[in-house]
Ligand binder design. Structure first.
Ligand SMILES: C[S@@+](CC[C@H](N)C(=O)[O-])C[C@H]1O[C@@H](n2cnc3c(N)ncnc32)[C@H](O)[C@@H]1O
Length: 194
């Protein structure tokens, strides 16, 4: 109900697409995405950062936009309000190419549609914020990041110990293949060592 109300206001130009990222985080993400050629975002929602990555990436870049966009309500297929907003927002830029993968983050790198674009040189993980959810994404993607590539993790710090924060602090930051390069608000950015 709330989603449909927001969608109508959005289409009337009365509401903006929403994001949980702060302005400082968006600026940091955009800087790291600039000029990259193989990108992925796990968890698109309204596509605010997806659009920004598309605008910032190389003209021959490819961005994998991964989100299951769940839209079943009591077994009935819904309208997919977030998905519709995301597609409209991301289409506002014509730069490079976006490949939409409607699945969970941990499933995406196994899909045939993703294969030509792996490994990535930038990934923003912002999907399932449970401990097990980020664990699944990390195990599926960490070896699909190219040497020198960037991994940005949302809700990975200053989040009162939520699952994704605990997994980041306990496991990801202890991974010897990665070095931390930025920390802003709840965002942690790492670089894969060469
Ligand atoms: C916090 S929002 C993402 C916000 C977006 N990255 C941004 O910067 O505005 C979380 C999104 O993750 C999606 N999601 C939930 N579980 C997921 C999973 N396992 N894999 C990929 N996406 C998931 C949800 O459908 C939702 O759209």
């Amino acid at each position: 109900m709330l989603n449909s109300f927001h969608y109508v206001r959005y289409r009337l130009g009365l509401a903006s697409p929403s994001t949980q990222t702060s302005e400082r985080e968006r600026s940091c993400l955009r800087r790291h995405a600039a000029g990259k050629r193989r990108l992925a975002e796990i968890g698109v929602w309204h596509g605010v950062n997806t659009r920004a990555f598309r605008e910032a990436m190389a003209p021959d870049g490819v961005l994998l936009a991964v989100d299951p966009f769940p839209r079943r309500f009591f077994g009935i297929r819904g309208f997919g309000w977030a998905r519709r907003i995301a597609h409209r927002e991301v289409a506002r830029s014509g730069n490079g190419r976006v490949v939409w993968l409607e699945c969970r983050g941990e499933e995406a790198p196994r899909l045939p549609a993703a294969q030509p674009f792996l490994p990535v040189d930038f990934i923003f993980i912002d999907g399932d914020h449970s401990y097990a959810g980020l664990q699944g994404d990390w195990q599926a993607w960490k070896d699909r990041v190219a040497p020198g590539g960037i991994v940005a993790l949302h809700d990975s710090r200053q989040r009162d110990g939520c699952g994704s924060e605990r997994f980041t602090q306990d496991v990801i930051l202890a991974d010897p293949d990665f070095v931390r390069v930025d920390e802003i608000d709840s965002l942690t950015v790492l670089r894969r060592k060469t």
